[in-house]
Ligand binder design. Structure first.
Ligand code: NG6
Ligand code: CA
Length: 504
């Protein structure tokens, strides 16, 4: 009897013991991909004027990276690399896309999502897409294919392009949500269509004025890039967008039950137009840009709370990051510049969105996986292009020939076991730059130093630029003339990577 009891006790203890390393089933993954959120925009990276308690909580419970990068200083190329593991400069047509663009990732291609699907996960994308839809000349009134479902996502609920680009409707599965067939949608980035008012002619109808571009079809009192007509019942209300995305994401999490899942949650916040829900208006003294940062943080909190409520937080790997650096005036009169005060959206780094300087791609990056990752801070050099190979490694999925050509398995760095990460990194803005250890090289180019329309500093120059980020994090002293050998070596390596002779 006594031995039986002892055996039962041993069995009970075994059952209660945390699973030993190596036996854990791969985690669920939630990838929170924010839009235009800068290195210094959240509390745990030094922001004091914008409360972001949920992102800060994630950082306190996870690993916060100080040298993590998206691959580009704008949205489409970063998202392309994130999903395919290939630098976007290798593929034509991956610049900032109009809302009428065809999908830039070929159906059937190995992507981050297809890898999860292959491992038996339920997969979903909710939020901003901006990788094109259809195969060209898309009819928005029919089946919208190819789309995310053709590259590994089982479910999707999308903002098709950007908040400031038509069509201003959601796509769920392969249909526009709430479309009245009697009022078909048409979209044009060329000649004007339909008789909807446009911003350039009817500024009196606008609740938010444009500062540059953004003067075409007016939807919800905001004029956009491009023309659309029809689809009135399906048009979104900007103020409700964050709620719509959160609601759809929570439904996915509720419905997956015990199945492993991968959720790619891509916020519209804090991209323009910045139009927070009424409950976030005035939460900061910085106007709409500060308030949508708070709204973004609320979204993060809603997802974290749901993971807790479902009891899966410990076994879920959450990644929080951004698609490019920050920008204040991005084309609407929303007082982002005037009310910014001493807030430093880029933290200590030079530049921002569109820029070859550091803040173009150095973004917040937090990894939380309570049952596996020790909380702390990591200085490892990591890139979003490595998610594909790293997470495939975690899932023990073998990548096929040619899949993710620039993606390295950096799982050890992402999980905090390795404090070094990559030895080099390529970043794409107007110029394509190379980072190697502490050095950053930006080749000479023809691109303008400053944007003619916005005055934003783009980081290009007609002479080569070399910076020592360890000594000079603000990229103020160009060492190219005093270190010609290093410039030559880095230029040669960058050329080899760009021409495909060397992987990225
Ligand atoms: C620019 C838009 C900007 C933003 C950006 C793309 C103008 C003047 N500027 O062309 O507002 O939409 O494209 O941003 O139209 S991204 O984050 O999606 O890359
Ligand atoms: Ca962006």
């Amino acid at each position: 009897m006594r031995t039986l009891l002892a055996a039962a006790a041993v069995l009970a203890a075994l059952a209660a013991a945390p699973r030993a390393q190596g036996e854990t089933r791969p985690p669920n993954v939630v990838l929170i991909y924010t839009d235009d959120v800068g290195f210094g925009d959240v509390g745990c990276y030094g922001a004091s004027g914008v409360p972001t308690p949920n992102v800060d909580r994630l950082a306190a419970e996870g690993l916060r990276f100080t040298d993590a990068h998206c691959t580009a200083a704008t949205c489409t190329p970063s998202r392309y690399s994130l999903l395919t593991g290939e630098y976007a400069f290798r593929k034509r047509g991956t610049g900032v896309l109009p809302g009428s663009a065809a999908m830039v990732i070929e159906p059937g291609r190995t992507t981050l999502a297809s890898v999860f699907q292959q491992a038996g996960y339920r997969t979903a994308v909710v939020g901003k897409w901006h990788l094109g839809l259809g195969a060209g000349d898309l009819d928005w009134n029919g089946a919208i294919r190819p789309g995310p479902q053709d590259i590994g996502f089982g479910e999707c609920f999308l903002l098709p392009a950007t908040g400031d680009r038509v069509p201003c409707v959601y796509v769920e599965g392969d249909r526009v949500v709430g479309l009245d067939p009697e009022d078909p949608i048409q979209v044009s980035y060329g000649k004007r269509i339909g008789d909807d008012p446009i911003g350039a002619e009817r500024p009196d109808l606008l609740k938010m004025k444009f500062s540059h571009g953004h003067d075409r079809t007016i939807v919800n009192g905001i004029s956009r890039i491009g023309y659309m007509t029809g689809g009135h019942a399906a048009r979104w209300v900007d103020e409700d967008m964050a709620d719509q995305f959160v609601e759809r994401a929570l439904r996915f999490l509720d419905e997956v039950g015990d199945e492993p899942f991968f959720l790619y949650f891509a916020t519209h916040d804090v991209h323009v137009p910045r139009v927070p829900h009424a409950r976030f208006v005035g939460k900061t003294d910085k106007g709409p840009r500060g308030d949508v940062l708070v709204e973004m943080d609320w979204c993060v909190g809603a997802l974290l709370d749901k993971l807790d409520a479902l009891g899966v937080a410990d076994d879920t790997l959450v990644i929080f990051t951004s698609d490019n650096g920050p920008v204040l005036d991005d084309g609407y009169v929303d007082e982002a510049v005037e009310r910014n005060g001493d807030h430093a959206p880029a933290g200590p780094w030079r530049g921002g969105k569109y820029s070859a300087f550091e803040a173009g791609t150095r973004v917040p990056h937090i990894v939380r996986w309570p049952s596996r990752v020790e909380p702390g801070v990591s200085e490892a050099l990591v890139s979003q292009v490595d998610y594909l190979a790293s997470l495939a490694g975690l899932l023990e999925v073998e990548l096929g020939e040619g899949a993710g050509p620039d993606s390295q398995d950096q799982l050890a760095a992402l999980l905090g076991d390795d404090q070094v990460g990559r030895d080099h990194l390529v970043a794409q803005a107007g110029s394509i730059s190379l980072r190697e250890g502490r050095y950053k090289f930006i080749p000479a180019g023809k691109g303008a130093k400053f944007s003619r329309s916005t005055g934003i500093e783009l980081g290009n120059d007609t002479v080569p630029q070399l910076y020592d980020l360890a000594e000079d994090p603000g990229e103020t002293e160009n060492l190219a003339e005093s270190e010609p050998e290093r410039v030559r070596a880095m230029a040669a390596r960058l050329d080899a990577i760009r021409s495909g002779k060397q992987g990225g």
